[in-house]
Design a protein around this ligand. Structure first.
Ligand code: PHE
Length: 514
């Protein structure tokens, strides 16, 4: 064989066509070959334009065992009639049965023959023939089907089928005709144009194998990006396009200071409870911020720490504070970060010591996409860890309207439009806005993000100028990923239950951009 096709079936086809005066039918020419074998042989010839073919479908009727029996012995009623025709005195039911040698045939035959008025009862309760001869129509019909695999009268076919004497079978056959390049031999096809062929001139007469543009490429069995990573790269692209710089988020453990205190989250806040936050047991506490720095930098961290303490205890920078005794130990406890806003905070603190052309901290745009941890009850939509997409914009004279406009542009780049805003609360932003969008599939508004303008007492504690404003927002990476990939249970996306085939098979995703 060549191309996995039985060579001789292609050759046989050519010879059969050569002998025939017109098109041939595969079902007649190759009754023993399978559909797939024939199709492969024909495709091989058709790709070389040696033949053309079309598919024909028809019903074929085959005899059931009972039909076969009738075809050889006659119909049941005819057999009963025949038995009675020979017995002048008539026969009892038992005698008919004995003469025929089959109980069912004799029983069915009697009632049918009676209906046809071929037989009648005698005075003493026996059966006798009621006519000299009969015409066994059923036998004729069954024999026609046996010989031709069909019957000219569709009503008869339906009737025979109902009587379970025949069954239908769909037959797919190919009507094959000679093609423009018909020949009795299949020319050897070259797969490569070689230097030798050019030198010898053999290329002029050679037949080249046509390209198969429909062939699938070989499976490379390469690594595959996780859907979260694919959506993540789309988000990163949007951020870069809008002039953002990526923040270094390569640490999962933070001190309470960066995760909470610097964000003006009071030490008694419920978010800091064991039920909501994972605390590290070993080591239990961190060093003070800037502990390993020196000079100016160390001084700036010490000032920052002191400002945060004062803001919480008594208030500062126009804030009246929370007015409770602030505990340094609480601020040094180590936690698995509950949001990446801890990183934004550290970045903004660094920004405070940068000098732009006017000697003041320059405007900045930062983003990050990384993992955060919350002590949540795990269910279909919640895990104890997820990924947060976070952004901050620091600039002078920013307004709340600007934040809303920015959100319209940012989400618009992912195809999310018509945003709705709802006043919300975060300890570190004022005002705070929850961002909603209408979800067509769910038919309702769904929350897609949390945002706000960082509080002055938070920013000025870092040393940022009083007229510098900072927008901040956060959203989960899992939610848009689940929507894009049609996943309803988060455990199919993240964790030990993830199916590796699912990761490999999934295509890249593009956020719909108009
Ligand atoms: N940290 C917030 C959250 O976890 C998101 C946010 C970041 C909100 C910055 C406002 C400002 O949802």
């Amino acid at each position: 064989t060549t191309d996995g096709v039985p060579q001789d079936l292609s050759i046989q086809t050519l010879h059969a066509l050569d002998k025939a005066s017109g098109p041939i039918l595969s079902a007649e020419a190759f009754p023993k070959s399978t559909f797939t074998e024939i199709k492969a042989a024909l495709d091989r010839l058709a790709s070389r334009e040696m033949v053309t073919y079309e598919t024909q479908e028809r019903d074929e009727y085959l005899l059931e065992p009972e039909g076969e029996q009738i075809a050889t012995n006659g119909s049941h009623e005819a057999r009963v009639f025949e038995a009675l025709r020979q017995a002048v005195e008539g026969l009892t039911v038992q005698e008919i049965e004995k003469a025929i040698g089959d109980k069912t045939v004799s029983k069915l035959g009697q009632s049918k023959a009676f209906k046809e008025k071929w037989i009648s009862r005698t005075k003493d309760g026996k059966f006798k023939a009621a006519t000299d001869s009969i015409k066994d129509v059923t036998l004729e019909q069954v024999q026609t089907v046996k010989a031709t695999r069909t019957h000219p009268d569709p009503k008869i076919l339906a009737e025979l089928k109902k009587r379970k004497l025949v069954r239908v079978q769909k037959i797919i056959s190919f009507k094959i005709s000679k093609g423009p390049k018909f020949a009795l031999e299949i020319a050897k096809e070259e797969t490569d144009l070689t230097a030798d062929m050019i030198a010898s001139g053999a290329w002029k007469t050679a037949t080249f194998k046509p390209y198969n543009f429909k062939a699938l490429g070989a499976d490379q069995n390469s690594g595959a990006l996780h859907p979260l990573n694919k959506v993540r790269s789309e988000f990163r692209q949007i951020f870069f396009e809008m002039g953002f710089e990526e923040m270094p988020t390569n640490k999962f453990v933070e001190s309470g200071f960066w995760n909470f205190d610097a964000l003006f989250v009071p030490q008694q806040h419920p978010a800091r409870d064991l039920q909501d936050t994972f605390y590290i047991s070993d080591p239990l506490i961190a060093g003070k911020p800037g502990e390993s720095s020196s000079g100016e930098e160390k001084k700036s961290y010490e000032e920052y720490w002191e400002n945060v303490r004062q803001v919480h205890e008594n208030g500062k920078f126009g804030s009246i504070g929370y007015r409770y005794p602030w505990a340094a130990e609480e601020s040094l406890r180590l936690v698995l970060r509950t949001h990446t806003t801890s990183i934004s905070t550290a970045m903004l603190h660094k920004l405070a010591s940068k000098k732009g052309p006017d000697g003041r901290p320059p405007p900045a745009r930062y983003f990050s996409i990384d993992r955060v941890f919350r002590n949540e009850t795990v269910d279909a939509t919640h895990l104890a860890e997820f990924h947060q997409v976070e952004g901050v914009i620091a600039d002078y004279n920013l307004t709340l309207g600007g934040l809303m406009e920015f959100m319209d542009i940012f989400f618009g780049k992912m195809g999310i439009t018509d945003l709705r805003y709802k006043p919300a609360y975060n300890p570190y932003t004022e005002p705070s806005l929850e961002i909603f969008s209408y979800h067509k599939g769910l038919g309702k508004l769904v929350e897609i993000g949390n945002s706000g303008m960082f509080r002055p007492e938070m920013l000025q504690s870092m040393g940022l100028p009083a007229d510098m404003r900072v927008y901040g927002w956060g959203l989960s990476l899992e939610r848009p990923t689940m929507i894009k990939y049609g996943i309803s249970n988060i455990r199919e996306l993240l964790g030990h239950k993830v199916d590796l085939n699912f990761i490999q098979r999934n295509p890249a995703v593009r956020l719909d951009k108009d």
